[in-house]
Design a protein around this ligand. Sequence first.
Ligand code: NAD
Ligand code: MG
Ligand code: MG
Ligand code: MG
Ligand code: MG
Ligand code: MG
Length: 341
Amino acid sequence: MAATIYYNDDADLGLLSDQTVAIIGYGSQGHAHALNLRDSGIDVVVGLSEGSKSREKAEAQGLRVASVAEAAEEADIIMILTPDQVQAEVFKNEIEPHLTEGNALFFAHGFNIRFGYITAPSGVDVAMVAPKGPGHTVRREFEAGRGVPALVAVEVDASGNAKNRALAYAKGLGATRAGVIETTFTEETESDLFGEQAVLCGGTSQLVQYGFETLTEAGYQPEIAYFEVLHELKLIVDLMIEGGIAKQRWSISDTAEFGDYVSGPRVISPEVKENMKAVLSDIQDGTFAKRFMEDQAAGGTEFKKLRAKGEAHPIEKTGRELRKLFSWNKAEDDYTEGNVA
Ligand code: NAD
Ligand code: MG
Ligand code: MG
Ligand code: MG
Ligand code: MG
Ligand code: MG
């Protein structure tokens, strides 16, 4: 295997024993990082803006909360876990003025460094610890004695010890229990954006919507269509995670497996791969980043319009009704705590 993978024995939590870690933001990733590091014995301070609704929640969970500027001032390691689109602003106004030589600036995604929205002053380590899972899973797995795999990368090694600091942080998160893969900011950023746009989020959402539309437009009941193209997706994906596409194909009926071979390439035809290459190219040359950031700067007009259009798709209404019937579906429709991609 080409990739370098680190485990518990490769990381020394002791490197953080005299350090304070500031977690900026308390959303999906923020709450998981703060709680896992705290439970690993590390001194944590959560940095939030004065009016933040998360203040109460973080304090109730026994964490120390300060303003972003105070947290950045006090800490040796500052992990920025606000949404990507506000990081540059928060950095410029509330973090950069408090960075001193020997500090480390950490990220869970390389977007702002890769596309040049943030540049750290000299003397400061810049590294990434990016869990490959939603924050709520990062917390749940840690509590269960396991961990979510993560990526580590070093952009600037000012201290000569940046990678070891990142590995120690990853250990505090529980990630070295599962395995931590070494990468670069460029590789992580571009591959993460590509994965979520082409396959995980963009590709899958569109595939499910087209499947639902095709069935309902042909007169099939929406409830049946929902089960066939959305609900069962999780069961299929679980098999893929356990044993690859091969295990998924082994587990399904021969009828389904044959249909997979003959119809998969008809639906996802070779031109889809050409489209994927165009998406990757827009990521690599900064076209996507620019479009996202310019829209955000203008109040997120395009973003809000696209979100409203997605929410108005008939599959959402059908799903809301049906999910009420699943007594085991405790998560309900509570996806208000943050993104997962
Ligand atoms: P989120 O939207 O869930 O939470 C953001 C937090 O930042 C909230 O607590 C919010 O109150 C706070 N915040 C927003 N604006 C702020 C400001 N101006 N000043 C201070 N705090 C502010 O974010 P997230 O999804 O956890 O993403 C954080 C980072 O982690 C991003 O870089 C993202 O790409 C990365 N990441 C996320 C996931 C995930 O599962 N969500 C996975 C891997 C990496
Ligand atoms: Mg990702
Ligand atoms: Mg079926
Ligand atoms: Mg089979
Ligand atoms: Mg969100
Ligand atoms: Mg992402």
